[in-house]
Design a protein around this ligand. Sequence first.
Ligand SMILES: *Cc1c(COP(=O)(O)O)cnc(C)c1O
Length: 364
Amino acid sequence: MKFNKNLENIKTYETGKPIELVVREFGIEPKDIIKLASNENPYGTSPKAVAAVSDIVTKMALYPDDSMIKLKNGLSKRFDVENENIIIGSGSDQVIEFLIHAKASSSSKILMNSITFAMYEIYAKHVGANIIKTASQEHDLDEFYALYKEEKPEIIFICTPNNPTGDALDAQKIYDFLKKIDSDTLVVIDGAYMEYAIAKDSSKEIAVKKLIEEFDNVVYLGTFSKAYGLGGMRVGYGVADHNIIKELYKLRPPFNITTLSLEAASVALSDEEFVKKSVTLNLEQMKRYEQFAKEQKIDIINSYTNFITFCLNSNQDSTKISNSLLKKGMIVRDLSSYNMNAIRVTIGTEEQNSRFFELVKQFL
Ligand SMILES: *Cc1c(COP(=O)(O)O)cnc(C)c1O
């Protein structure tokens, strides 16, 4: 059977290996498996969100509130914007999909960093768009600007902090860049790890209200999957000028967020204490990784997220090391598919990190 030609050169997105798979493949007990592969919150979820979801589990027969009023009210209060500036997606992944489908076609160009979140490229390929990548590994906005001038892309993706490298841009540099971009070019600022970045360095914080007031061609993306500890619930959001949101709504399937997910996200958003605790512990544990890397003489990228990227030297092989770790029940992310000899490790709890240090020393 022939399929859409655009699918021919799409590689299926590989998530961090699920625990269930490691149980089956290596016969390791689930309790002996530590997953530091998908940047999930190792401290779980806000207990208030868990309680709120348990209270409404019996409501499953009814369709969700498709106006998503509770969550939208929470987000509009958080960012001091209007509800009409917000769209909720099944993960911010889905908002990325809407954005690309809304703006790009096979004649479009989409500009992104050489190493960045893989879903931009996958959705770009859905519509057959041309992908333009920078040469530098970390976001270099001068290079972005030069490529923008040369290629005239329809969409520009800026991921700050960036996944899978962990580096982040100063917000002021982003504003200065945006001032030079024409208003028909859609610029997406993906802040999936922003809560972690702000805790480390407030100059990385994007002022979302100011951003969308000043620029009617810019979308800010956030997610509940990382610092909010709701990876399993699939909730993310986009904030932008209403004229953008209006178009995205044309692509949104009805009821794209479940009742339980909406409730969990609304309550998690209001539990600021949980997020604060998570980002504080993350920073503490990050210091241990930095110390470990120094002791082991491994290069790391200065991280503004809840993961650390180890750049290995030429006599260490990221695939071999991650496979050896896997056999011991330690799941990390091999970045060889990004053409990097590197592994990305989600910063876990104190105990999980100690185990990682102990194991990885044997394989380095
Ligand atoms: C995790 C992540 C997302 C979105 O995750 P969802 O679970 O789909 O909300 C978006 N961008 C980056 C860079 C991420 O790492």
